[in-house]
Ligand binder design. Sequence first.
Ligand code: SF4
Length: 627
Amino acid sequence: MNGGYMGKLLRVDLTTGTVTEESLPGEAILRKYVGCLGLAMKILNDEVPPEVGPVDPENRLIFMTGPLTGTPAPSSSNFVVASINYDVPYMAGTAHSHGYWGAYLKMAGYDGIVVQGTAKRPVFLWVHDGQAEILPADDIWGKDTHETEDLVKKRVGNGQEVSVAAIGPAGENMIHGALIQNDKNHTAAKGGMGAIMGAKKLKAIAVSGRRGVPMADPAKVLEVTEVWRNNIYAAESVGKLLSKGGITRVYGYVGQTSMLAGKNLSDPEWGVTYSSNIVEAAKEWWVTPVSCYGCPIACSYRVEITTGPRKGTVATLGGGGENTEGAAAMIGVLDPGTALWLTDLHDRLGFDSSAAGCSLSLAYELYERGIITKEDTGGLELKWGNADAAVELLNMMIRREGFGAILADGPKQAAERIGGEAPKYAVHIKGTGYNLHDWRPVWSVLLGQVIAGAGPCWQAPGVDAWATEPDLGYPEFTPGTTAEGKPEQVKKTQMKKLWEDCLGVCWFATWGVPKAIELAPQALAATVGWEDFTSDEAFQVGERVINLERIFALKRGMTAEHDLDVSPRLLEAPPSGQAKGKSIEPYLKEMVREYYRLMGWDEETGKPSRETLSRLGLGEHAEAIGV
Ligand code: SF4
């Protein structure tokens, strides 16, 4: 093993206030789990027993890069944050982010950080050039993520580039769906990782360094990288689609395919107007693409709103569209400038807009239907499109005050607290918001969110929306609203995605990219020096990580029933649009069972068989999960 890794982890104990260096696990472990998601899951599974709860000091919060993070590989900016899932506590929570934080952590000399314990007072961590310090953050506590980044940079300014990952007030107050933001455009959004960080009273981690990432065969890495970069633009990959300014250029696709998550999924036709409004307005605005470390795509963007009621607003956003749908479309906000302003506000307050948005949109629909009134909402008029009320509600959620307290623990709990007919209108999977768009027209994506191993999140993109996967035998999109073939599409795309999530490159550099299935293993082989690393071994890494997530959840009491905890609204046939009249509900249970069978899991319990565990080198977990 000659490259890719810096060879060290930082262990930060916030209870004792100590920071120690540890060696990375040995080569045999690294080859099994590679890095990023895989290595973080391995450490989480080893160190966090099932009796530990999300906010207990014994819980770990793990920040992990991959062997390609910070190398010349395309979009080599990826890092993962993993812990117990705050929003779905019987599962792991895993969230990916990009920007510069992961690359700078490696340049500081570390592959990852394992945080344990709980600080007595707010602190932040400063990691730079082979050193790490825990510093007081009392004066930063309460600030939003952007203010925090600016203040921390000012405090640690060492004449070098610094990257900051921080929580906002939502994380500090341990609100459902709290995220971690870094570099202003990027969020580790899923699994409530911001709430875990808040429970540990860790406000931010700043990283900076000047070390280079070693590579076994630099010339070969550059050769593979050139082909890989060209291939990103050679087909209709997601990277090509979202390049140079993200969703603002191509949002029309979402509305036209009835995938826009608007008005609590009650009105797919409305989404056509919402998405085309954004595309048209963006032609007038100042949209500046923002790139991450080593990224030729630049899907993120800084936008100055130059028209409409939010004229003069500046927002810094990630490239996808689900953030604006959670923040704005789900509550019926049609003005495009207001939509982006609200999205930026969610990032600043530290809310995953997909999770918070599903709580808010439930309240708006219940209000519109007369199921709740101003008396319930503390005087707020929750009519579709009322953005000011949403701002007030978000702040009430942060303070757990009045009606905000009812919404603060996610859409499922909110619906149960409100009672009556409310659960019928909630939008959730396993109690939390999933990655919005409206996936009812594309059942492999929907199934992928349902069976994802870390709460609903992007693990199995399927092949009926956004990009095909010719490498997996799917050169064309498959029909969206049929059960046929979906479990297999989900299994294959999940194995590919979770392998890629171990590398340290952004998924947009691989999703639908021709030959990524060969190029990524070649890049890993040339970087680390594992010359015999093959695509088959890569897929086995992906499959191993899927199983490890399942093992972690089963040990924490997850059952097959939890995989069917999907809200009625998602199971309904949409009232209009391309999937009008088509419901996944009659097929879902059998689709999940078929997915289990294809994975080598028991079709009733969803438990991996002994044979599957042993084939993947996970046999030591058989007894703990009762197989
Ligand atoms: S594709 Fe977008 S999110 Fe991914 S690395 Fe590039 S700019 Fe960052």
